[in-house]
Design a protein. Sequence first.
Length: 141
Amino acid sequence: MSVPSEKRAGVAEILTYIPFFEEVEEDQISRVVTEELAEDGTMPVETLMYRSPLLGFVEDAYVANILEPKYLEIINDQAMGEIELEVLVYGIEQADYMLTMAVLTCIIVQEKVAPGIWGMATKEGWFLKILNHLQDLYDEE
């Protein structure tokens, strides 16, 4: 159930973000940028832009090569088809390393199809909950 030896360095890297997620204020998560009215008269476009260190956390998770490419398969197998993220996150203390990383990966990659999920996961404490559980798994050695 502990962190595999080949993943320990990468996990240690993202665990350094625990203090950020413990103390993050809403204005430190993101900001909305509104583009001006286009010359052709179309409406302004609002774009969500995340701030550091949230962006650093996501980038480090990718660079550390700890995200789980088969995350949907793992969630389906281990969570018996329960794919509601909120349920998975709030039960994360019972998860092994693979399911924990599958849930983290799912949240991270879902930003592409569900813009704003990183902000919600930060505000709701999902990232902190996952990182705290990863810390427990890391400490098991």
